[in-house]
Design a protein around this ligand. Structure first.
Ligand code: PMT
Length: 222
């Protein structure tokens, strides 16, 4: 282990998209590849943490020394995150969870019909907001994917979901956000600390995020 600054800490991370089915063939999802969350899991394990990774459907290898739980839907992610939440010191939600799912999932393939098709959607549970409401010892970090007024909306989510910190991606910036191997983010803590991290690989960004969290925890303990 290189610089085990997270040894003795347990870290729970969510990564990737969720998949909300219409029928056995079709589903709603988003462009998250899981790379950011997997990079966080790998860096946390490399620096001594005990890591649990709750992963949506992605095409990535499990990082070394990481316990991985695969889920498909927002509801399954909700169940697993709640299950593991009480035992972890640091919880980071890098997943891009579907905000809506079809009210009905058909058992058989939906047949083509004349005219347009409407699919009625309902809200999924806001996992992060619920964890924020029930947290005790945990240091809780959310991600925000925004396309405009990124700091403003990030700050709003930080307060509304009772987070300790939020990592904001401007998903429209070149080299940032969904699918890319690099990211550009701003880390904002509830205490008002703000740091912009310049474009770097998702692994380098992950390590910097973990160092900032560790620093915040050390400051709290003072
Ligand atoms: O996976 P990659 O391709 O590497 O891309 C990385 C990423 C861009 C997906 C990632 O860095 C990121 O920004 N993840 C959060 C994306 C997102 O869904 O943002 P949001 O603003 O919709 O949600 C804010 C926060 O609430 C997130 O921490 C999200 O996990 C959480 N949330 C959202 C909805 C919901 N129903 N439950 C949640 O917990």
């Amino acid at each position: 282990i290189q610089d085990p600054f997270l040894s003795g800490k347990s870290v729970l991370i969510s990564a990737g998209p969720t998949r909300e089915s219409v029928d056995p063939i079709r589903f709603f999802t988003n462009h998250s590849s899981g790379k950011m969350g997997f990079a966080l899991a790998q860096e946390a394990a490399n620096h001594g943490a005990e890591v649990t990774l709750v992963a949506g459907p992605v095409n990535l290898e499990t990082p070394k020394n990481v316990k991985r739980i695969d889920v498909l839907t927002a509801e399954e992610m909700y169940q697993q995150m709640n299950h593991f939440f009480p035992d972890h010191d640091i919880v980071i939600k890098a997943a891009a969870v579907a905000d809506y799912r079809p009210i009905l999932t058909y058992d058989e393939k939906l047949k083509k019909q004349e005219g347009n098709l409407s699919i009625e959607m309902e809200r999924t549970k806001d996992i992060l907001k619920e964890l924020g409401a029930k947290k005790t010892k945990q240091y809780l970090v959310g991600f925000a994917a925004e396309t405009n007024d990124v700091i403003h909306y990030g700050r709003e989510k930080l307060a509304k979901k009772h987070l300790n910190a939020i990592v904001i991606n401007d998903v429209k910036a070149q080299g940032a956000g969904f699918g890319s191997d690099t990211n550009i983010v701003t880390f904002l803590s509830e205490k008002g600390f703000e740091k912009q991290l310049v474009m770097a690989s998702k692994n380098k960004i992950a390590k910097q995020i973990l160092e900032l969290i560790d620093q915040e925890l050390k400051d709290e303990a003072k």
